[in-house]
Design a protein. Structure first.
Length: 140
C-alpha cells in the first residue's frame, strides 16, 4: 500500500481557510483525485477545520493531508487544547462540525504538542481503483 503525505504550515490569518482549501485541492488533484463533487467536499472540510483553528485555536496551524489508495485523511493541529464540539444549529457560525460530519466518514481529536489535532477521514473518492497505484504514480 502506497501512502502520500503533504504538510503545510498555515498562517493564523483570515485568508488562511481559502489558501488552505486551494492548496489541498491542488495537492489532491496532483495525486489523481479528480471527482469534482468529492474535491468540493474535501475543500469544505479543509475550510471548516482551518476556520475553526483560526477562530478558536491560536498558535501555529499545521495542516496535513494523507492519501492511502482511495482514502484521504485531513488533519489540522493548533495551539488550543479545547476540543471542538457540535453547536446548536441556530448559533451563528456554529455549523462547522455538523458540515464535517455530513461530508466525512468520521473525525477524531488527539493531543498534539500542547494543543490538539483534529483528524478527519474523508469518504472514499469515487473513480479510483483501490490499491491500483496507477492513478497516482508520481510523488508530490
Amino acid at each position: 500500500m502506497s501512502a502520500l503525505t503533504a504538510h503545510l504550515d498555515v498562517p493564523l490569518h483570515h485568508g488562511a481557510p481559502g489558501a488552505a482549501r486551494r492548496a489541498v485541492v491542488a495537492v489532491l488533484g496532483g495525486w489523481g483525485f479528480r471527482d469534482p463533487d468529492w474535491l468540493d467536499a474535501a475543500a469544505v472540510v479543509v475550510s471548516e477545520l482551518v476556520t475553526n483553528a483560526v477562530r478558536h485555536g491560536g498558535g501555529c496551524i499545521a495542516l496535513q493531508v494523507e492519501a492511502h489508495d482511495r482514502r484521504v485523511v485531513v488533519s489540522v493541529a493548533d495551539g488550543s487544547s479545547v476540543v471542538p464540539r457540535r453547536r446548536d444549529p441556530d448559533d451563528v457560525g456554529g455549523r462547522g462540525i455538523a458540515l464535517i460530519e455530513a461530508l466525512a466518514e468520521n473525525w477524531t481529536v488527539h493531543n498534539h504538542e500542547g494543543g490538539k489535532q483534529v483528524r478527519v477521514m474523508l469518504l472514499p473518492c469515487p473513480g479510483l481503483e483501490e490499491s491500483s497505484g496507477s492513478a497516482r504514480g508520481g510523488a508530490a
